[in-house]
Design a protein around this ligand. Structure first.
Ligand SMILES: NC(=O)C1=CN([C@@H]2O[C@H](COP(=O)(O)OP(=O)(O)OC[C@H]3O[C@@H](n4cnc5c(N)ncnc54)[C@H](OP(=O)(O)O)[C@@H]3O)[C@@H](O)[C@H]2O)C=CC1
Ligand SMILES: CC(=O)[C@@H](O)[C@H](O)COP(=O)(O)O
Ligand SMILES: [Mn+2]
Length: 380
């Protein structure tokens, strides 16, 4: 039996993790969860899974929940997230929270030697060096959940990292793949949230539309697989059937394919190195699909991807600024305070204003994160 702590239980990855846990009741037990503001869904999760520990975003929700569920321990806020991450009965932490708020709990869970199944890419983007150092020091496995990184991880099984020629990360192109920059001037939130292949949380769906999601994934891949940026390619592949590929020195390419269903990489992270059946997953039928399409990435059309490569290569606190500016700008777009194209303008301004700090510690990362959000919000 594996005991699981799940951060972000009410979200897209969180609820799909619960589906996987439900499929295998004799293998997995949900021990602790963190949620944000969705208290209705939290009640349902508590009734279905009976975790020992529940953390909510706001203290105001705790009193009622305590009265309704007397056997359960409730906590809240940032401290609550960390309590869930390090919960003593759990051996795996699934980090499915959205944003760099996931960083501190992840570092604390690594120190407690929890295996980390990581969906929360912002944590690796904002402080990949700290997370990887802490994981290496504590001999803790970091198992990717993000579909592209799970694909690369699967393609690398039995292979030596020294034999990698390059990683090829596929990108669907998001909601606006076929629109010109002129056509992006007046797009709405509703248009942007309409991803062609995946049903995901709002923030990552906007990131897919700006191509920042792919930029964050490039930085995430750099850290997870210790690969320099000039060995990471991004390829447009509109069907999201090939989830990513690895090319080796001998010119062989190994790809991982499947219908777009996040329960597959979630389950692989939970069962690794084993594989369980997932009866409800739709099997891939290539003869039904017929054709797969690929095209070169346009860095002028998708400026956030260029910013990400540049910030990743610069290192230091530049990726922290990239991530924090993006989180603030996407939140402003979702609040209808800025237009879609202003997201990238705000990120560009934050990056060009920042004086890079090399090899930052946790405190410096946290300060830069806060300052960057303040700066972006001051521009609104
Ligand atoms: N969705 C997907 O298919 C994929 C997602 N990812 C990554 O996984 C992560 C989660 O994405 P996704 O599931 O789509 O996001 P969602 O927005 O659907 O879910 C986010 C979760 O985090 C919780 N949360 C948000 N803010 C806070 C906070 N301040 N304190 C505590 N909890 C909080 C939410 O709680 P509540 O809803 O209760 O407010 C919710 O449970 C992201 O980093 C994303 O990039 C990676 C690959 C694929
Ligand atoms: C499901 C998943 O892993 C997402 O990150 C997905 O990759 C988004 O798709 P695009 O960013 O390629 O549009
Ligand atoms: Mn992805």
């Amino acid at each position: 039996m594996k005991y699981i702590s799940l951060m972000g239980a009410t979200g897209s990855i969180g609820t799909q993790t619960l589906d996987v846990i439900k499929e295998h009741p004799s293998e997995f037990k949900l021990a602790a969860i963190s949620v944000g503001k969705n208290i209705e869904l939290t009640r349902k999760i508590i009734m279905d899974f009976k975790p020992d520990l529940v953390s909510v975003a706001n203290e105001s929700s705790v009193t009622n929940l305590k009265a309704e569920f007397p056997g359960i321990h409730f906590t809240y806020g940032k401290q609550g997230l960390t309590e869930v991450a390090v919960y003593h009965k759990a051996n795996i932490l699934v980090n499915a929270v959205s944003g760099s708020i996931g960083l501190t709990p992840t570092l604390e869970a690594i120190k407690e030697k929890k295996t980390i199944a990581i969906a929360n890419k912002e944590t690796l983007v904002t402080a990949g060096h700290l997370v990887m150092e802490e994981a290496a020091r504590n001999h803790v496995p970091l198992l990717p959940v993000d579909s592209e990184h799970s694909a690369i991880f699967q393609a690398l099984q039995g292979e030596k990292e020294k034999n990698i020629e390059k990683l090829i990360i596929t990108a669907s192109g998001g909601s606006f793949r076929d629109r010109t920059r002129e056509e992006l001037q007046n797009v709405t939130i509703e248009d942007a949230l309409n991803h062609p292949n995946w049903s995901m949380g709002a923030k990552i769906t906007i990131d897919s539309a700006t191509m920042m999601n792919k930029g964050l994934e490039v930085i995430e891949a750099h850290w997870l697989f210790s690969i320099p940026y000039d060995k990471i390619d991004v390829l447009l592949h509109k069907e999201s059937i090939i989830h990513s590929m690895v090319e080796f020195h001998d010119s062989s390419v190994i790809a991982q394919l499947g219908t777009p269903d996040m329960r597959v990489p979630i389950q692989y992270a939970l069962t690794y190195p084993d594989r369980f059946k997932l009866p409800s997953a739709k099997r891939l039928n290539l003869s039904e699909i017929g054709k797969l399409h690929f095209s070169k990435m346009d860095f002028e059309r998708f400026r956030c991807l260029r910013f990400s490569f540049d910030a990743g290569k610069a290192g230091g606190t530049m990726p922290t600024v990239l991530n924090a500016a993006n989180e603030a700008a996407v939140a402003a777009f979702l609040d209808r305070k800025v237009s879609f194209l202003q997201i990238e303008d705000l990120i560009e301004k934050a990056l060009s204003k920042h004086n890079n700090i090399s090899n930052p510690g946790l405190i410096e990362i946290q300060e830069v994160d806060v300052e960057t959000r303040k700066y972006v919000n001051s521009l609104l």
